[in-house]
Design a protein around this ligand. Structure first.
Ligand code: CP3
Length: 343
């Protein structure tokens, strides 16, 4: 059943053409129907924790574009929120948290973790019932490093300097934080799979700001810990890793973490992507700004990627999330081109 889904076949190593496609952040502010639901829900977190609304917005891009995969609508920061950290989203400012201290890392409490996240599991259960049979359902979590950067700084920063400084100054506490996040994130993914997710993606959006030794210790090791724990319960579920900005370290990331597939950001050269594809499925990697501009900038970008990666296991996606100013017609044009429905 789930093994027949196009994206699942690719995740198991099959070459399928035209490739399955979906977009990171496919439910979001570029869609008028999302903005409408968001207004009615009140806050962004209310949207994430209300299964009726979360299901509705998750399905919006599937109904509009017929993507091959649907990603649960939630956020990576619900994990620290469920561990008792405060979290707010302010219009135009992104996430805001109270920066965590060394003492507070010791005091993180996981007792209510699954109770707090029950609305997310309920959303996954309902999605699996409502989605078309052929659509893959993707669950997700943030990688411990990426989640920790927001817990430490309290907000987004251009280079995650606060988290890097904290990691070097307080190595023991930082290691503890990553380990707690890895354990809880593994449990979170296991529950999503139990609720009906076919696969899960681990978003390591800030892995590109680390030196080699820190990449190994902060990105590779905690993600390997998550993959091990999930595979103890669900050995057959393929996991997608997205270590954005990992550059030359992408290959190591797959080998050492055990993720089945790699999400590639748009800076990965296609020659490197082809090499990575020889080791297993790859996903990506259109520059989201080509999708903003459309026309030749878009069609050239799509054509080059399809041509380079068509002969191996490949999932078409963007190299990072779609941005709010993207015109919907450009998404439609991209979908037609990937599916070979042009001209
Ligand atoms: O991809 C999807 O459609 C599923 C939903 C999803 C969201 N966030 C919804 C969201 C996913 C997979 C995420 C992951 C996420 N969240 C990441 C990793 C991926 C990435 O983009 O790097 C990170 C770092 C976050 C933390 C976060 N959440 C930030 C930095 C922001 C602000 C930036 C922004 O786009 O506003 C958010 C908010 C957020 N998460 C929105 C959405 C739809 C926008 C909130 C709104 O509607 O106002």
């Amino acid at each position: 059943m789930s093994a027949d889904r196009k994206m699942m076949r690719v995740l198991k190593g099959e070459t399928v053409f035209p490739p399955p496609l979906w977009m990171m952040r496919q439910a979001g502010r570029y869609l008028p129907e999302y903005k409408e639901a968001r207004k009615e829900a009140g806050s962004f977190l209310d949207l994430c924790y209300n299964p009726d609304r979360a299901v509705e917005v998750t399905l919006q891009p599937i109904e509009r574009f017929g993507f091959d995969a649907s990603i649960l609508f939630s956020d990576i920061l619900v994990v620290p929120h469920a561990l008792g950290r405060d979290l707010r989203f302010e219009e135009g400012r992104g996430p805001l948290m109270t920066p965590i201290t060394v003492g507070e890392i010791e005091a993180l409490h996981a007792e209510a973790f699954h109770v707090n996240l029950e609305p997310v599991y309920e959303t996954v259960r309902r999605l699996r019932q409502k989605l078309p049979q052929e659509t893959t359902l993707i669950g997700f979590c943030g990688a411990p490093w990426t989640v920790a950067t927001y817990m430490i700084a309290g907000h987004g920063t251009p280079d995650q300097a606060p988290a890097r400084l904290f990691a070097y100054r307080e190595p023991e506490a930082f290691k503890k934080l990553l380990s707690i996040l890895a354990d809880q994130s593994a449990e979170y993914l296991i529950r999503q799979i139990k609720a009906g997710a076919d696969t899960v993606q681990i978003f390591d959006s800030w892995s590109g700001v680390l030196d080699e030794a820190s990449f190994e210790a902060f990105c590779v090791e905690p993600v390997a810990q998550i993959v091990r724990k999930v595979h103890e319960i669900y050995p057959e579920i393929p996991i997608i890793g997205f270590p954005k900005g990992a550059g030359a370290l992408y290959a190591t990331y797959r080998e050492k973490t055990g993720v089945a597939a790699l999400g590639l950001d748009w800076s990965v050269p296609l020659s490197q992507a082809v090499e990575l594809q020889k080791q297993g499925p790859v996903q990506g990697n259109l520059d989201p700004l080509r999708l903003v501009v459309g026309g030749k900038a878009l069609s050239d970008g799509v054509a080059t990627i399809l041509d380079a990666l068509k002969d191996g296991p490949f999932i078409f996606n963007l190299g990072h999330g779609i941005v709010p100013q993207t015109p919907i017609e450009h998404v439609e044009a991209m979908v037609r081109q990937v599916r070979g429905e042009m001209g």
